[in-house]
Design a protein around this ligand. Structure first.
Ligand code: PHE
Length: 358
């Protein structure tokens, strides 16, 4: 039996060194090491040998097996390297082609694109981008913005409070998810003396959920503070911004409104870009502006002197400086611009929708 094993070994060795392709190597592997190979059946037969011969035969068979295995893999590597070099030299492989299938690289989310567009337009007007925390103190979100006790926005029905109790006691204030980007007005004025021109994008949170409201959404705040700023500056800035977003032919209008932290306060609208004064080209009532000819975009106003009072020591003397602020929802801008009816679609991540932009 030992002779037989040796014979298989040397036969295999010869064939391996004569093999010219990796395919041949594979055939030899099956022939000599496969389940139906001679060596495998010899190994099976060892159990029936007399005890005295078992150990030596088993050892020899395993040794030959290991030798064949290592010769095979050595030869295979050498042949594969040669085949690869030949194939590249012969132009069979274009190594400059992308892997197949080429993977789509994706695109930025519509909200990111819209935010960047707004930032770019404001930076073009000399503003800088500022940010603030999403988990905010009541002081910045409400108190310093002149919200009176009992204002509806302060109620738990409208605002998410974080761990009321221990955390609030430790900080000596309520902690909440900010309901607007306006708290960054106060934070920015605390850290920089006037003049101050900032644009503040970010996530905000409200207990609201339907086709046009989401508990989390994005706002952009604008704040300009310097000596001699007027409501006309606000209007000019909004006109520039909204023309940049919705087209050079847009007009804007401001309607009186109320916010606790601006005085006077306005809501501002942009002229509808889908119709002419509420009537479509087909003489139908326009669906986008509901036949009004104007679309509401956001809230704004002149910074209330009460707000400056909280940062007076940093150069914000309400007798000397003025400012305007405005805020608007990024989702709303994106929905208007792209005719998206349901806000929730933007967050669902369906590539059929979000893959259309950028
Ligand atoms: N923060 C207000 C809101 O979320 C919008 C606003 C911003 C109004 C700045 C006036 C000035 O409704």
């Amino acid at each position: 039996m030992l002779d037989e094993i040796q014979k298989i070994g040397s036969e295999a060795e010869q064939k391996i060194s004569a093999a010219k392709t990796t395919a041949e190597i594979e055939e030899i592997r099956v022939e000599y090491l496969g389940r139906r190979s001679q060596l495998t059946s010899l190994l099976r037969g060892i159990a029936e040998l007399p005890d005295a011969e078992k150990a030596a035969a088993g050892k020899a068979a395993n040794q030959v097996r290991a030798e064949i295995e290592s010769l095979l893999s050595e030869r295979e590597t050498a042949l594969a390297d040669g085949e690869m070099a030949e194939s590249i030299a012969g132009g069979g492989i274009d190594i400059s082609l992308p892997g197949a299938p080429a993977l789509p690289i994706g695109n930025l989310n519509l909200i990111t694109l819209t935010r960047r567009r707004i930032e770019d337009l404001m930076v073009g007007l000399g503003y800088r981008v500022a940010e603030g925390p999403e988990i905010e103190l009541d002081f910045y979100n409400f108190t310093a913005l002149n919200h009176p006790e009992g204002h509806p926005a302060r109620m738990v029905q409208d605002t998410f409070y974080v761990a009321p109790g221990s955390l609030a006691r430790a900080l000596d204030d309520e902690v909440l998810l900010r309901t607007h980007t306006s708290p960054v007005q106060v934070r920015a004025m605390e850290s920089q003396s006037p003049p101050l021109f900032i644009v503040v994008p970010g996530k905000v949170y409200r207990r609201d959920s339907d086709a046009t409201h989401s508990p989390m959404f994005h706002q952009v705040e604008g704040l300009a503070v310097a000596e001699g700023i007027t409501l006309a500056d606000l209007k000019g800035t909004l006109l520039e911004l909204l023309r940049g977003l919705f087209g050079p032919d847009r007009e804007i209008r401001m309607r009186p409104h109320f916010f606790p932290f601006t005085e006077p306060s306005v809501e501002f609208d942009v002229s509808c870009f889908a119709c002419s004064e509420g009537v479509t080209e087909e003489s139908q009532r326009c669906g986008l502006c509901k036949g009004i000819g104007w679309i509401e975009v956001g809230g704004a106003g002149m910074v209330d002197p009460e707000v400056f009072g909280f940062v007076e020591s940093n150069g914000y003397d309400p007798e000397r400086i003025q400012g305007f602020a405005f805020g608007m929802g990024i989702e709303r801008i994106a929905m208007l611009k792209h005719g998206i009816g349901d806000l929730r679609r933007i967050f669902e991540g369906d590539v059929r929708l979000i893959g259309q932009f950028g």
